[in-house]
Design a protein around this ligand. Structure first.
Ligand code: SF4
Ligand code: SF4
Length: 116
């Protein structure tokens, strides 16, 4: 599990850097596993495209979930890296690949002095 703390802006910035420079550009939009998502909104806060929205969960009365506005989603993977429930993912993006991108992003952020 890769968990980016909600308050850790450095890692969010790092993901944006790596997305601009390294990440595949043809990724599919994010997919939500509705039975796992609890609507915590961690992913909403970190999404660089503002394409995640918290809505009522139609399958679980009185629960919330996130919905992806697919036409806005770049498939950057930041939501997948953030979700503590493994409830959102990019088709074709494995956890191992995502971990490698985040590791690279953190190195780039450190080199750019974003951790200060
Ligand atoms: S993949 Fe990126 S752009 Fe798409 S919903 Fe997740 S964080 Fe937002
Ligand atoms: S996808 Fe994950 S991070 Fe986003 S609202 Fe659902 S449980 Fe929270």
């Amino acid at each position: 599990m890769i968990l980016i703390p909600e308050e850790d802006k450095t890692q969010g910035v790092a993901m944006n850097i790596v997305n601009e420079n390294e990440f595949p550009k043809d990724m599919h939009p994010a997919v939500v596993l509705e039975d796992r998502c609890d609507g915590c909104a961690f992913c909403v806060d970190i999404c660089p495209r503002a394409c995640l929205k918290i809505v009522p969960n139609p399958h679980r009365p009185s629960h919330r979930m996130v919905r992806v506005i697919a036409k806005l989603c770049s498939g950057c993977g930041a939501c997948q890296g953030t979700c503590p429930k493994e409830a959102i993912y990019i088709p074709g993006l494995s956890t191992a690949d995502l971990r490698a991108y985040i590791k690279k992003a953190l190195i780039m952020a450190e080199q750019a002095g974003l951790d200060q």
